[in-house]
Ligand binder design. Sequence first.
Ligand code: SAM
Length: 383
Amino acid sequence: MTRQHMLENLICREIEACDGWIPFDRFMELALYAPGLGYYERERVFGADGDFVTAAEMGSWLASGLADLVKWSLEQLGKPGQWVLIEQGGGAGATLVRLLLLLEHLGVEPPERVIEIERSAWLRNRQQELFERHGLSVEQYADAAALTGLENVVFFSNELPDAFPVRSFRWRHERLWERGVVCTDSGFAWHEVPMTLEGPEIPDRMRSGWPDGYISEWNPNLDPWQRDLASMIKRGIMITVDYGYRCREYYRPGRATGTLMAHHRHTAQEDVLAAPGTRDITAHVDFTALARSGLRYGIRPLLWTTQGAWLAHSPTVQALVRELASERSSESMTMLAYAKRLMLPTGMGELFKLLVQGTHEWPRPPYLGSVDRLARLDLEPAS
Ligand SMILES: C[S@@+](CC[C@H](N)C(=O)[O-])C[C@H]1O[C@@H](n2cnc3c(N)ncnc32)[C@H](O)[C@@H]1O
């Protein structure tokens, strides 16, 4: 029996045990993370021969932007002699390695502890090989449970919350229905039930504009994530890079089929129920919900902007652009093409966002002051 069949059997058994229906987040959880069977537990995920490419595989741009944020963070923390660098959801580990090498190159005081929190056992093994190859000492954890009260922390993630399991809903006859998964003779299928739990935190005024049949999703894992960060980090700065929108844009009436998507061999697919375990499933991040969750646990939002604006204003990125532009080698041209893809609005520059949060009220990075969009996140409670 193939791994895919084993995973399908596992999901079907769970659906049967739950009276024939499970919410979509449980399906997504099993499809992506079932031990030994889920999508992130298999070999080919990232890169040209995988299913999707992230900024981590596109040269040093992401690491350069992060290096400037780390330098700024250490200034806010009072240039501590000892500090901790944490990445969560590092995948293959390339960004952390690049960032550590770059910080050394820039003469930044090395962190006393380097921590990688990666849920997938398969990816933790891959990371370990990479860290060893570079002679780097990195503590690896599957989750944050064992880490509490850390001081002088710089925490970052790239494309992490988009991989958290989400719940799905439909707006029908002026009320919310929850979309879950059933098992049929021809495979997994959607089935809607009246919403029984507290649904998404979406202002009523937005719902009134939705057409009948409007589909979207919400992420119940943002809140526990922020709670865990607050308990892990007593004093520090959190940097989140991912694709998504503020609430008003996420749930605008025209986005009538939501943002849930599967990725297989570099093509986006609408059918997220097909062939679980063989494809990535993601949903865009609602940054308003994320920042609101942080506030509930004392984490303050300091800056929100687009990836394009962030990278274009980062001094280390600008220096790298100048250096590569003067080289004119085919390698430097490839790197500059990556930079365009990461920064231009037609590529990843507008859809991807940077959220910087802190355990204390620190001023935003001065070099990003002119591009800060935090005021547009609409952080007042939903009404
Ligand atoms: C879309 S991938 C991004 C990987 C990498 N950051 C990159 O940019 O290439 C999401 C990663 O987050 C990991 N992940 C998902 N949920 C996690 C959690 N709660 N804690 C730690 N890692 C998690 C997945 O296993 C996967 O490696």
